[in-house]
Design a protein around this ligand. Sequence first.
Ligand code: SAM
Length: 234
Amino acid sequence: MLITVLTLFPEMFPGALAHSLPGKSLGKLWELRVINIRDFATDKHKTVDDTPYGGGAGMVMKPDVVDEALRYAISLYADVPEIIYMTPRGKTFKQSTAKELSGNKAGMIILCGRYEGIDQRVIDYWKTNHSMREISIGDYVLFGGEVPAMVVIEACLRFNSGIMNNENSVEDESFANGLLEYPHYTRPALWNNIEVPEVLLSGNHKDIANWRLEQAEKITQELRPDLWTKYNRT
Ligand code: SAM
């Protein structure tokens, strides 16, 4: 899978993605290409932004520069990748989005904004003509799309069974079946005078599976009533 990131701060990558399982498999099971949007500016000052029409604070990323960067990125793919613009006003990123995006074996292109964001015309053009998606990682505003892009990439890589040590773990995790995950315990069996739940020491796989499901349901009901309502409905 080839993941291309378009950013004004290419030195931020691979960043967190260079560590642990994503890092170990980088260059083997997935490729990361980082493109500096500034390389597509045409004037001698390499200008990538300008003041907003209508006035107001901040700067806006120029449509011509972003369009050239996107055109170059897509030209490097033989098959059609997912194209994503990270933006607070996008659809909220979920585990189901990660699963869907990771299903595209061609990979993805992720466009990171900065400043006040990107000129609306280039966003509309790429949404209409290249099915670009707008994705948000939550209802808050960050300085740029780079950290959100890393969030999306990490979540998608977890659906690559080659990258994960244990293929089952994604299926077992929070959100996979609409529930939060059951609690985990490890040695020592007695810590701070608190024992590990007895059933986990029993060796009875059926009882353990039942206990884990009960716990997942209880935790979801307590912590995420929104998920619990949906789970009950289905
Ligand atoms: N003026 C924009 C607004 O009010 O919606 C915020 C722009 S933000 C300072 C600059 C860039 O950071 C955005 O273009 C986007 O790429 C990225 N960004 C910030 N918060 C984000 C979020 N919650 N999810 C995804 N991307 C985000």
